[in-house]
Design a protein around this ligand. Structure first.
Ligand SMILES: Nc1ncnc2c1ncn2[C@@H]1O[C@H](COP(=O)(O)O)[C@@H](OP(=O)(O)O)[C@H]1O
Ligand SMILES: [Mg+2]
Length: 281
């Protein structure tokens, strides 16, 4: 029986996750990029493995991957169909010896995140979504899927449960959470934030700060597949694809991810005039 595209992406992300854990076991070497953010040999090796795998799955689909775009530039994107790859999201957490780091692969179609896979290798977990259904899977210590459970977002409560970046939650993010009367706030590194919204463990994830499309696409695909949504602060949809020439082409605007419906989040954003009041749009 031939595997679906989602199953092939899951297998590839699991393989990359195993490689990352092996490198961590041996001791990863860390250098800092021009922007001061860390990169390790685990990021680079996992990305090479994923790119080779994606080229085998469908050589016609262009690949935008975090590390290679910095030295070889971006390929031409036709009709907004392409893979977005972040081989190791949450590199800071990885370097600090924490478990909230992930492997991310997303297929973008028509500017929308359609298929997404996020593997958290140190937590033995995989999340995925195909546009209709989302899954949380347990992974065995040798990297096999051993249990697949369907997940949905939970109906947001009156006191929203917030989730924010562990390493990059700026004052603007905290002000946003206060404005929306968020009660408890979980602090988590990497794209796991989207996955925890998708699994019903949090309600709202505002990101008032810099992210790139490869950081968010796979997690966002899973959240949307589970019934949630992601909007820019002005209430417009968050889309994927190059917005200009150069490296900033794949930078995201500020955004909010939500466990409920798009119309509800949009009316919340507009009624609170979040972007206008803070100048954060
Ligand atoms: N000052 C900074 N240093 C490092 N990464 C930053 C950053 N500001 C934003 N980021 C982005 O935030 C991502 C991590 O997300 P989070 O803060 O939600 O854990 C990083 O992904 P990488 O770890 O793949 O580089 C990076 O793209
Ligand atoms: Mg990243």
């Amino acid at each position: 029986m031939s595997l679906s595209m989602l199953e092939q992406l899951e297998a590839l992300a699991l393989e990359a996750g195993r490689m990352i854990l092996d490198i961590r076991e041996r001791g990863a070497s860390v250098v800092h990029k021009d922007d001061g953010s860390p990169v390790t040999d685990a990021d680079r090796s996992a990305e090479d493995l994923i790119v080779r795998g994606l080229e085998k799955i469908d050589p016609r689909i262009p690949i935008i991957a975090e590390e290679r775009i910095q030295y070889s530039g971006a390929p031409d994107i036709c009709e907004q169909t392409f893979f977005l790859v972040d081989p190791l999201d949450g590199t800071k957490e990885f370097v600090q010896g924490r478990t909230d780091f992930t492997v991310n692969i997303c297929l973008v179609e028509c500017g929308l995140p359609r298929l997404g896979v996020v593997v958290a290798p140190a937590r033995n977990e995989l999340f995925s979504g195909d546009g209709h259904n989302a899954f949380r899977c347990r992974v065995s210590p040798d990297g096999r899927l051993i249990e697949r459970t369907a997940i949905r977002t939970s109906m947001p409560r009156r006191a929203l449960r917030g989730i924010a970046s562990a390493s990059h939650a700026h004052a603007d993010t905290m002000r946003f959470l206060e404005r929306f009367a968020v009660g408890e706030i979980l602090s988590v590194g990497s794209s796991l934030k989207f996955c925890l919204l998708a699994a019903g463990e949090a309600d709202i994830y505002p990101r008032i700060g810099r992210t790139m499309q490869w950081d968010t696409a796979a997690g966002d695909a899973i959240l949307r597949s589970a019934g949630g949504c992601t909007l820019r602060l002005d209430g417009q949809p968050l889309n994927y694809g190059p917005s200009c020439a150069g490296l900033n082409a794949y930078a995201n605007p500020h955004f909010v991810s939500f466990a409920g419906q798009t119309a509800f989040l949009r009316s919340m954003l507009l009624s609170h005039e979040a972007s206008a009041a803070t100048g954060m749009a």
